[in-house]
Design a protein around this ligand. Sequence first.
Ligand SMILES: [Mn+2]
Length: 155
Amino acid sequence: MDRDIATVRGNEDRMIVEGAPDSPTLRYVREQLTAEHVRWLAGLGITGTVFEDILFCHGTLERDDEYLLHEVSEAGVVPRSTDDLVARLDLLAQPVLLCGHDQTAATVWLPGGRLIVNPGSVGLPAFEDDVPCPHVMQAGRPHARYSVVWRGGAG
Ligand SMILES: [Mn+2]
């Protein structure tokens, strides 16, 4: 908040703002937050941009509780197809998209040159979820993940 770092609202942030029923996680987080923190969370958008050409979201551009890079069904979790990603992102002006929510680090280059980066999770390397159906996501290692994205150039 103090540094005014570009930030988007995640699904857990929304649940805090909307007063979702307590879970052990939400109870712990709510105990750490002041009313000012909650007002700040309430003002966050579902997407944001930095440097004009980098778009970011928590889940997908439309939903904070959907994975962009994975599809979840009763059959399991599979990587979203390149065709599906291209169709979803075709009209975006920004060549770089950052996403999260599934907590698994990934870098995906789409035909045409668009880059999608999921930086992974600092503190949640594995979890179970019931949305849209019961499944497990695992980074495979307990270490904190983050990404550094920079522009290439001559020299
Ligand atoms: Mn999330």
